[in-house]
Design a protein around this ligand. Structure first.
Ligand SMILES: [Zn+2]
Length: 322
């Protein structure tokens, strides 16, 4: 209510400023007055749209995986990525890499590794791809795509794990850091707009959807590397890491919910979960579950549905998130 009031006040203030300007410019020629009018209205609208977007201040926290043998998974990640450490988060076995975690929920039988959900893969920076490829191959790691440009290996649970060349713009906070989560989408630029407008993420790719208003750009052709569909795509900053959004690589099939896959969902921290959820509901975001504790902690959490059926867990950040 208070926000609606402040938006109304801004409208009234801007219109009154515009009218005052109009009066003072009465002696100026009509085309100039019209141009000034247009600029004033543009600035007013711009300011209003910013006033309506309230960022929930999200940070990246984890990828939640469902695996048969957490010990085997932990051993793979800690032996492949030397800066990772075994840990426990909220009662789950986990691997920590800088401020990001992989959580391993034990399941009895292997579950879906189909590439039919938005959550495609994740990966780490490498300062020397060829050296890391050789080292990991010697350790018995299978690569289904050999670098350059980037290396894609088969994780112990059948999931794709990437190493990509470190640069100051590659995400992560160092040459060997966990650097990205790679998503697929049936409309990548629309998904990027959602992350930007609903979760307040910062877009770092330049695409023309914000100028044209059309985020449903047609998919480009398959091309190397990897015979993949690369266009259109988007990149967003999510704390230290980068969220890549590429086209659905099997465009004849709409993506399904990420739940029930080896990569089940991603977890983000937020300030003020209750307020954030209320705000998200107003924006029409589907809340899958709410009012539960994050693992064995007393931290409140909720699961929402992002674009393309991606399950996103929001965990209250109050200085106690492990
Ligand atoms: Zn990737």
């Amino acid at each position: 209510m208070r926000r609606a009031w402040s938006v109304r006040n801004r409208v009234v203030n801007f219109l009154s400023l515009v009218w005052q300007l109009e009066e003072r410019l009465a002696c100026v020629k009509v085309p100039w007055r019209f141009a000034i009018f247009v600029v004033a209205i543009f600035l007013a609208c711009n300011n209003l749209s910013r006033a309506q977007v309230r960022s929930p201040n999200v940070g990246f926290h984890h990828v939640h995986m469902k695996v048969v043998d957490p010990e085997q998974s932990i051993s793979f990640y800690t032996s492949s990525f030397t800066q990772t450490q075994r840990t426990e988060i909220a009662g789950w076995d986990a691997v920590r890499s800088e401020n990001a975690y992989l959580l391993f929920e034990k399941v009895l039988l292997p579950i879906s590794i189909e590439l039919d959900s938005a959550l495609w893969h994740f990966g780490w920076n490498s300062p020397d791809l060829i050296a890391d490829y050789r080292r990991l191959s010697a350790q018995g790691v299978d690569f289904f795509r050999v670098p350059p440009p980037s290396g894609h290996m088969m994780g112990p649970d059948g999931n794709d794990v990437e190493i990509s060349l470190y640069s100051p713009n590659s995400g992560g906070n160092g040459p060997r850091a966990f650097n990205h989560v790679h998503l697929m989408s049936d409309a990548p630029l629309c998904a990027a707009q959602w992350y930007e407008q609903v979760l307040g993420l910062r877009r770092i790719s330049v695409t023309d959807d914000r100028l044209t208003g059309n985020c449903r750009a047609p998919f480009g052709p398959r091309r190397d590397p990897g015979n993949q569909i690369h266009q259109p795509n988007a990149r967003l900053r999510l704390g230290d890491i980068i969220l890549f959004i590429y086209p659905n690589q099997r465009p004849s099939r709409t993506l399904v919910s990420s739940r029930g896959h080896v990569l089940d969902h991603i977890g983000l921290t937020v300030d003020g979960l209750t307020t954030t959820l209320a705000d998200l509901k107003v924006r029409g975001v589907k809340v899958l579950e709410s009012g539960y504790n994050f693992g064995d902690t007393t931290m409140q959490a909720a699961m929402i549905e992002g674009p393309d059926g991606l399950a996103i867990e929001l965990v209250e950040r109050s200085g106690q998130v492990p």
